[in-house]
Design a protein around this ligand. Sequence first.
Ligand SMILES: [Zn+2]
Length: 365
Amino acid sequence: MSSENVRDVWTWKTELTGLYSVKSAYTWLCRQQSDQLEETNWAWIWRTCLPASIQFFLWQICHEALPTRETLVHRGIIDNSNCPMCNAQQETLLHCLLECPRIGALWNSLGLCQPHLPTDSEKIKEWLKCWVEEQGSIIPVLLWVIWRSRNNMIFKGKLDKVADLKVWVSTWCSAIIRAYGGEPATGSIWQQRSTRLVRWTAKEGDWVTINVDGSALTNPGAVGVGGLVRDNTGLFMVGFYGSIGISNNIHAELVAMWRGLTLCWERGYSHVCCQSDCLYVVQLLQQESSHYHRYAVLLDKIKELISRHWTCQVIHILREGNFCADFFARKGAVSSEGLVILEEAPVEMEELLRKDITGTCVLRR
Ligand SMILES: [Zn+2]
């Protein structure tokens, strides 16, 4: 992609900003070295800012080596694989850490529910990796606390309260950040400590609201983009999704916004409010452009669109208010099409749309 506004420059490939620093070169060299040593790419685990015990715990999850009841039955050590917490289902890795009803309240209190949780044990590895990169230590700590609490129950007969588990998670996270650094990304769940209710809202008056999102199956990996335009009552007007091949989350978020705004311009809307859950991209658009940024051309194209003769604003919303766009982005990631435009909402999406219209809140802590 080229643009006459952005001149060709040499940039430093490993940073999104395209700017070289000694620190970034050092990190890059270390990464090369550790990647070569690892047969499969588990190096990310050892790079996390976490105590060795939790790193090892992550390694066990990724190798499906956690001694859950199902694993122990498989190894011929015990003969009953029922979950010791709920006694209702087999204690698989996924059940034990994510699905067991005894810990459902804990996940809900983080505002995490389907479709944000992985549904099979293969996906848990990539999901974990993405989470750690995006949000820092909170998810590994949470999983670890769940596992310890399960062991407390089995080996000490002690049943921990969900409220206590929450306190453990936050105490451990603070201690880890103090000890190891590794401040999580801006806007991460960890930084927003107070509980709040999040819901989607349409912009009132003459406005149309467009939600956009990018979704990477793995980061980097097969990436999809998607979005939808709704009127001021929340009614579906037009939607889109498509695949952009192998790339990363930031690229996907930018392409989603560019495609979405182009669609709005072509449809002749005069007042457009664009909602994205990627704070980094929204902030980038507010800053002065740098020719060195890896996506300088795409940023320039989006800025040019926004500055056209219409009223167009881009705002940041929380992920919990962007489920419909996320739905399309995920559809895009597994699609073979570059761009599909939908004049009507797909049936599978009706429930999500209805929730947005009725203002259903998602608890975010
Ligand atoms: Zn259970």
